[in-house]
Design a protein around this ligand. Structure first.
Ligand SMILES: Nc1ncnc2c1ncn2[C@@H]1O[C@H](COP(=O)(O)OP(=O)(O)OP(=O)(O)O)[C@@H](O)[C@H]1O
Length: 252
């Protein structure tokens, strides 16, 4: 079994002449929580898209447990255990919150027994409570606030029982009180062995969750270190932390 559950090798993606990913190598050991940081427009979402099959890389490799998944469709990569959430999750108009969670199941279409159905219903009720969505369970998912949609998208991702969860700005738009709840939820998910790659600008959140951070800038990883070491790295301060703090861009 590969030492790394997720790796990219010389991953490239350009939009026209703009080389957003210019040969990116990352290696994520099983069970790790990694922060993927960088200035706005540095390619973090592009990286998640290329890893999860929402975008085909121009060159390079994506490896899941050592096996190449480069260029596979997103649903095929999801079936292999890597699920990605989005910065701005869109929700179907006609489905309630509970319906969205039910549809998110890996086994949703194949509930052969009453036992399985009862088990699924109980898992969904647990998720509704854990993500503080139980009071809106019967409302249309599209009517939720931005923060609630974020929570629902993470809860739905968990229904697929991922081995690797890639989260794109999980706290953006989420009420500050709920951010600590998300840290607790993600910590307990990680304790069950789920590896995570988290794109996030909230440095408090990153420090609470991530043992390691990768910083992306101008197409390359410019730092790979624990969060508390980031401010000691002059390239990171120059490219990201310094400027972003000046602009108020990094949520402390
Ligand atoms: N489909 C696309 N077509 C053309 N350019 C794109 C496309 N997707 C992304 N880009 C460009 O690639 C660059 C990286 O975008 P990306 O969204 O990956 O950055 P990011 O680091 O996630 O930014 P942010 O922190 O603001 O969310 C940006 O300049 C963006 O305009």
């Amino acid at each position: 079994m590969s030492e790394f559950i997720l790796a990219t090798r010389a991953l490239k993606k350009a939009f026209g002449a703009h080389k957003v990913l210019d040969g990116v190598d990352i290696s994520v050991p099983r069970g790790e929580v990694v922060g993927l940081l960088g200035p706005n427009g540095s390619g973090k979402s592009t990286m998640l898209n290329a890893i999860s099959g929402f975008l085909k890389p121009d060159a390079g490799e994506v490896l899941l447990s050592g096996q190449p998944v480069t260029g596979l469709e997103s649903h095929a990569i999801a079936r292999k255990g890597l699920i990605r959430t989005f910065q701005l999750p869109s929700m179907p108009h006609r489905m309630t919150v509970r319906d969205v969670l039910t549809a998110g199941s890996r086994t949703g279409a194949n509930l052969g027994s009453i036992f399985k159905r009862a088990q699924q219903e109980s898992e969904i009720e647990d998720l509704l409570v854990t993500f503080k969505l139980d009071h809106v369970a019967n409302q249309p998912a599209s009517s939720l606030s931005g923060g609630q949609k974020k929570l629902l998208s993470i809860a739905t991702a968990l229904r697929a029982q991922p081995q690797v969860l890639c989260l794109d700005e999980p706290t953006a738009g989420v009420h500050p009180k709920l951010r600590n709840d998300i840290v607790d939820i993600l910590t307990s998910i990680n304790a069950r062995g789920v590896t995570m790659v988290i794109v996030e600008h909230d440095m408090g959140f990153v420090r609470n969750l991530c043992k390691r951070c990768l910083v992306l800038d101008r197409g390359s990883i410019i730092a790979d270190c624990p969060p508390e070491k980031l401010s000691e790295d002059s390239r990171v301060v120059e490219a990201y932390l310094g400027k972003a703090i000046e602009r108020g861009g990094v949520r402390p």
